[in-house]
Design a protein around this ligand. Sequence first.
Ligand code: ATP
Ligand code: MG
Length: 581
Amino acid sequence: MTAIMRMSRAYAPTLKEDPSDAELASHRLLLRAGMMRKNAAGLYSFLPLGMKVLNKVEAIVNEEMDNIGAQQILMPFVQPAEIWHESGRWDDYGPELARMTDRHGVEYCLGPTHEELITSLVRNELRSYKQLPVSLYQTQVKFRDEIRPRFGLMRSREFLMKDAYSFHATQESLQETYDDMSGAYERICDRLGLVWRAVEADSGQIGGKVTTEFMALAEYGEAEIVHCECGYAADAEAGECRCAATMYERDGMQKVSTPGVHTIEELATFLGIPETSCMKALSGKDADGNIVVFFVPGDHELNDIKANRAVPGFELLTDEEMESAGLFKGSMGPVGLPEGVRVIADWNLKDVAQWAVGANEDGFHYVGARNGVDFKVDGWADLCEVKPGDACPACGKALEGARGIEVSQVFQLGTKYSESMGATFMDEDGTEKPFIMGCYGVGVSRSMAAVVEQYHDDAGIIWPASIAPAHICVVPLAVNDDTVHPAAQKIAEDLQALGFEVAIDDRKERAGVKFADADLIGWPLQVVVGKRGLAEGKVEVKLRRTGEKRDFELDSLASQLEGAARALHAGEVNPFDELFA
Ligand code: ATP
Ligand code: MG
């Protein structure tokens, strides 16, 4: 049983004013509620209340890992450079990797992630297919020298991560563990009370990586995503784009004079047609310097990642390069392009029989240019950045846009590390093979911030009971009164006996200060004990989530909370709601 937390003794310095450099609610409120303090850019201390929350998040994560058979270990935070040279990442990782040299001149780094270390750990002892699969995890501080540490725990330099790694003899076995991990990550999000989406981080096309990011939806999340009520969700950068391109039908191709028209918007207005009927052209070159022109529907943007997938090494042409290639900025089209220029068009344009496009001549456009007759397309590809309103690739309904915070990610690594680091096992057929690996990470401290982003109001944090620093705060008013304090103490003990974690605000403070702090800290339930109420045998109970208040008979308070206690232990995220139903 957790001891009753006495706020008169707690090191929980709350702040009345907003810290000046905190932009996000989670950053601001975790500081104001006395849960953490900043020590330097991207470096934070967790104070007692914040530590309780962090420990609870970690406990949920660890429990879900244990439940799927992953085994906890602890690896060193400081890692030898040698293994990073083996994987090639000593050179590839860049300045985010913090490096150091010990007194003997040996190089090390501060662990930003542990693929190298775990691979070197198991490679000499995991020897046979009979020992596979194995999943190992740790929950540990990571260090990444982020270029822009910001938003408090959201993007810090030192942060707590749960990282897991799995080793397999076959792809099927990896897939099984990957699915188990994904399931565990879904349950972790649910138990934290998060509103979340599992996002395809890569569109899964050939050569694409198998990975899923779990995003907590939040107005100020760093990631832009699209999602659908059918459950589909994708990173806006990587999601498949299915949009409506329309046809401006003419009686054959006609050249029109379009003086001063250079943008899609100007063309659409000039012709009096929707932007979806105008084809946007972008010119670039491939890795060998060959010129390529991309066409996309006028209301969409060419996506960089997709352009590179279609044309490896793709780079946009500069104005000078366009000029010397004989291309007209603001009036490019597929008809009459210079010899040797390749045309790649977005797949959404495939069924558009006639295009409104540039005429490769300043001040002129073509309308009714016939695909396959007046011009030829050399290749079709998914090229556009997906946006809200486009069709869901899974069900066809209109996609919605949202922003998200990446709280966790699962990843099929394959043999990238085992091959480069010589980590092999003896397979059933007697041959040595590299392990097939997976890696899986949860941002434990970032998840805590994500919860605050989703659950707060002007007064402060609103913790889900599953990770609140304590479930109930008993607030005695008029502490010097002979009756109030003992009564509050008795209530706290009774609630504790039901299995709740209880705090008591026994500070010699005014009622207003206690109410403000209770709301700021975000205890899910407040039990206010005052002299007048006690005289009538009553206490006031406040549900932080809704702000609702109700008087309860003191005598029956504990028995009325029995159901909530059961709900809490059954894993209910908001077990007190039923009291006010
Ligand atoms: P991001 O894209 O946000 O930089 P990442 O994809 O590089 O994150 P991973 O390597 O997937 O991060 O790490 C696993 C988890 O660790 C992330 O899903 C995230 O929750 C957390 N994390 C990563 N970087 C940070 C950071 N700078 N501060 C806090 N948490 C972080
Ligand atoms: Mg990630």
